[in-house]
Design a protein around this ligand. Sequence first.
Ligand SMILES: Cc1cc2nc3c(=O)[nH]c(=O)nc-3n(C[C@H](O)[C@H](O)[C@H](O)COP(=O)(O)OP(=O)(O)OC[C@H]3O[C@@H](n4cnc5c(N)ncnc54)[C@H](O)[C@@H]3O)c2cc1C
Length: 435
Amino acid sequence: MIEERFDAIVVGAGMAGNAAALTMAKRGMKVLQLERGEYPGSKNVQGAILYADMMEKLVPEFREEAPLERHLIEQRFWMMDDRSHVGMHYRSEDFNEERPNRYTIIRAQFDKWFSSKVREAGATVLCETTVTELARDERERIVGVRTDRRDGEIHADVVVLAEGVNGLLGTRAGLRARPTPDNVALAVKEMHFLPRETIEARFNLKGDEGVVIEAAGTISRGMTGMGFIYANKECISLGIGCLVADFQRTGQTPYGLLDQFKRHPSVAPLIAGSEVKEYSAHLIPEGGYKSIPQLYGEGWVVVGDAAQLNNAIHREGSNLAMTSGRIAAEAIDLVKSRGEPMSATNLSIYKKLLDDSFVIKDLKKYKDFPPLMHTHSQNFFLTYPQLISKAMQNFVRVDGTPKAEKEKATLKSFVKARSWTGLFGDAYRFARAWR
Ligand SMILES: Cc1cc2nc3c(=O)[nH]c(=O)nc-3n(C[C@H](O)[C@H](O)[C@H](O)COP(=O)(O)OP(=O)(O)OC[C@H]3O[C@@H](n4cnc5c(N)ncnc54)[C@H](O)[C@@H]3O)c2cc1C
C-alpha cells in the first residue's frame, strides 16, 4: 500500500479528469491522477470539436500553447438519402475572430498537452495504471482506490470518477447502473490524410479556417444516429455512430455504415485519394438527462461521460466533461476549505452547482429527445430524409410540370407515407421534445 495520502484521487485523464485535477491542483490540493493509457489521450476518441469558452476557464492562455487544428467558421447540416443531401450551411466571417469560439483538435495530441498543464499545476499523474476497484472503509465510505500496480491501495479524502462512458468502476462499486444499449451509441471514426491545400480547396477554406459537417438520414439505415466530417489541418476526421440497441435490433455493423457513408456521392469526393492512418471505435453516452446517475456520495463524485453528461442533440460532450470536472473540483475545494468531511451531504454542493450550469439546464431542456428519436427512428432517420430529398428534387427540377401540380404531388407523398395523423403527431412530438 502507498502510505502517502492525497486530498483527491482522479480516475482518468480525459477532458473531465484533466479539468478536475487541474482545478484542484491549482488551488493547492494534493492530487493524484491515474490513467490506464500509455499516455493521456492514447485511449481517447473524439471528432473532435473543442469549445473555447470552457477551455478558457481552465487554461486562459490555451490558444497560444495547445495543439489546435482549425478554428471553425462554417457548420453544415446535411439530411441525406442514398444519392443526395439537403443542406443547411452557416458560414460567417464573424468566426474569424481574435478569440475563436470552436476548434477542431486531435485528442491524442491535445490530451497530452492538457495533461502537461495538470502536472505543471502540481498534480501527480501516473499513466499505465488501471484503477481496478474503489476502496471502502468499515462504514462503506469510499476512501481510495486499488490499482493494477503491485503497491495496491491508495487513500484520499475524495475520489473523482472521470473514467469515461463505460463507467466500469462506478458500476462495479454499485454507485451507478451499467449503461443500457438504448443509452449509448457506438461510433466509429477514421482519419483521412490529404495535403493541406487539397483540404482547403475541397472545403473552401483559407489559412486555419475550419468546417464541420453533421449528417443524418438514410446513412444510419433507420437507426438513431449521425455521421460527421471535420476538417483538420492535414487530415479529415470522418465517422458515424448509432445507438447500440439499434445495432442489436437491426444486425447492421458500424463498419458497414461507415463504408456506405464514405461511398455516398456527397462524401466520396471530399476524401478521394486520402490515406487512412487511424481507425477507432468508442461509445458515446446518449441517454440524456434521464440517464444521469447519482452524481456524488460518501467520498466520491462522478464527472463527464461517466456521469452520462453528453448533449447528443448539439453533439457536445467534451465541454460538458470539462465543466463538470471543474465544478466538481470547485465543490470539493469548498468543502475542504470549510474543514468539513467529504460526506455525501457536503458533496451535494457539486450537484447544486451543476444544476445551475448550462450542463444540466441543456440536458433537462432536451430530456424527452433521446427516447423520441429512439422510438421513432424509422420516421426521423429514414422516411423523412427520403421524402424531403424527393420534395427538394421536385422543387428544383424544371420539367414543364406546373408548379401547383408539383406541390400537390409533394404533399401527397408525405401524406401517403405518414398519413395526416402521423404528420401532425410527429410535428407535435418533435416540438414538445425541443421546447
Ligand atoms: C467519435 C466521437 C466523436 C465525438 N465528437 C465530439 C465532439 O466533436 N465534441 C465534443 O465535445 N465531444 C465529442 N465527443 C464526446 C467526447 O469525446 C466525450 O464527451 C469526452 O471525451 C468525455 O470526456 P471524459 O473525460 O468524461 O471521458 P474520456 O475522454 O473517455 O476519458 C476517460 C479516461 O479515463 C481513463 N480510464 C477509464 N477507466 C480507467 C481506469 N479504471 N483506471 C484508469 N484510467 C481509466 C481512459 O483511459 C480515459 O483516458 C465525441 C465522442 C466520440 C466517441
